[in-house]
Design a protein around this ligand. Structure first.
Ligand SMILES: Cc1cc2nc3c(=O)[nH]c(=O)nc-3n(C[C@H](O)[C@H](O)[C@H](O)COP(=O)(O)O)c2cc1C
Length: 209
């Protein structure tokens, strides 16, 4: 079922959801398929459609992915401890990251967007073209999820152990790159607010930098 949100509201309120993921409510496969069908409408370089969407619901595989995620999250949080002590905003994010690290295995769905063709050490143009072939689709998935009352968060921690994740899931590592691990669950409440952002003029350049 779709929430009563305008397109602009969906764009403005698709937040990084960690603490408000409902860990007890299953997510229907049909709803995930709807979101993925919308993701398929994203642009694809040269008609390649070289996307793959790895949807992990098996509890043991989710637990193993969570373990890989935590392996990077632990030292990351330690490195950020001083910054978190000094800055309330950093502390809030660290707190949410710690919560997700503790609960990731309980999140009912882990979605890993993947793209065919590795660009390790490739020139920027090749990298941009390859990542641009999967990230718009993955973001469409996240927007479609939000419109259906699901929460998501873009995460990259497990990519520090990408090969192990590939082996775990049977992803052909030599020819396929993973872009993220997106936890997916219904949200606790559906009211989300736009994030605070720097003034637009600090990042827009009209005609010349
Ligand atoms: C490229 C990218 C990588 C991210 N990686 C992680 C991650 O590994 N773990 C995590 O908990 N959040 C991750 N996030 C989510 C950010 O931490 C989140 O966006 C941040 O809390 C700021 O929130 P805001 O985007 O709503 O302002 C990532 C976000 C982006 C865009």
């Amino acid at each position: 079922m779709l929430l009563d949100l305008t397109p602009d509201e969906v764009l403005a309120t698709t937040r990084s959801v960690r603490k408000r993921l409902d860990l007890s409510r299953p997510v229907e496969r049909e709803v995930l398929s709807e979101c993925l069908r919308l993701a398929q409408q994203a642009p694809t370089a040269s008609y390649a459609q070289n996307w793959h969407f790895m949807v992990v619901t098996d509890p043991q595989r989710r637990a193993a992915l969570a373990e890989l995620w935590r392996r990077y999250a632990g030292p990351y949080l330690e490195r950020r401890a001083a910054a978190a002590a000094a800055d309330q905003r950093v502390a809030r994010i660290s707190d949410a990251v710690r919560y997700l690290a503790e609960h990731l295995h309980e999140v009912p769905v882990h979605m890993i967007p993947c793209v065919e063709g590795r660009t390790d050490r490739a020139p920027v143009a090749a990298q941009a073209s390859r990542w641009g072939s999967i990230i718009p689709a993955a973001w469409s998935f996240m927007l479609a999820a939000r419109a259906r009352g699901l929460g998501t968060v873009w995460t990259t921690f497990h990519l520090h152990h990408e090969r192990e994740a590939a082996d775990l899931l049977g992803i052909p590592f030599e020819s396929v790159m993973q872009a993220a691990l997106i936890p997916v669950a219904y949200t606790i409440g559906t009211d989300f607010k736009p994030a605070a952002r720097h003034p637009l003029e600090t990042m827009v350049h009209w005609d010349r930098w």
